[in-house]
Design a protein around this ligand. Sequence first.
Ligand SMILES: CC(=O)SCCNC(=O)CCNC(=O)[C@H](O)C(C)(C)COP(=O)(O)OP(=O)(O)OC[C@H]1O[C@@H](n2cnc3c(N)ncnc32)[C@H](O)[C@@H]1OP(=O)(O)O
Length: 210
Amino acid sequence: MSLPVIVLGGGGHAKVLLDTLLIQNISVLGFTDPKPEVVLNHVLGIQFLGNDDVVGDYHPDSLGLVNGLGSLRVPVARKRLFDQFKDRGYSFASVIHPSAVIARDVVLSEGIQIMAGAVIQPGSSIGKNTIINTKASVDHDCVIGEHAHLAPGVTLSGGVHVGDGVHIGTGATVIQGVRIGNNSIIGAGALVLKEVPEGVTVVGVPAKEV
Ligand SMILES: CC(=O)SCCNC(=O)CCNC(=O)[C@H](O)C(C)(C)COP(=O)(O)OP(=O)(O)OC[C@H]1O[C@@H](n2cnc3c(N)ncnc32)[C@H](O)[C@@H]1OP(=O)(O)O
């Protein structure tokens, strides 16, 4: 039986995670947020616990954490939150929506989040704390790094390499075999035809650096 979880964050991404946890009957102790004034006391019937300090009331072996921070570009805050709690001995639970299709040999790392309707084909691997968001499609033999985010509807062809901390915007498409360097941003709707270096932003069809 899986451990109960606390979701860190009370925004939109956290809400989607909460729903996925609830439909799988996973015990959710509550959610946290540093801004109590903008958070509802309950989301989907789950209780607001206060800020992240409340996690210290629980022994690291007694629960799993779920990283509820979403991201719109390089996910700096999301990575920081993950690293802070790992340093204190806590573990991050993975959240996988039951409608996701994941090939049997796919390698999934700690704290990955695979949202509704996502597809991940054989030979692929997903690094820790990475989000494969709603209806994103990762084809065969893709290597996705740590702390990355494939936003809703992203399509990766076969053999694509996505570096650590990369954000691929909603609906972007990457053709086969392309490598995307660490901490780069692919704009929503982009069509990526060739290698993207580290730390740049590309947009458009075909994608060009800005
Ligand atoms: C469930 C969820 O919601 S998950 C979140 C999903 N959201 C995303 O994935 C968002 C991805 N983000 C984007 O595409 C952003 O537009 C970024 C990161 C590429 C650029 O953002 P910013 O740096 O704020 O750029 P800004 O909005 O100021 O636009 C700068 C210029 O680039 C253009 N531009 C921005 N994004 C794009 C894009 N995706 N495609 C083409 N052109 C773009 C703008 O039109 C503007 O052009 P102009 O100077 O001629 O007017």
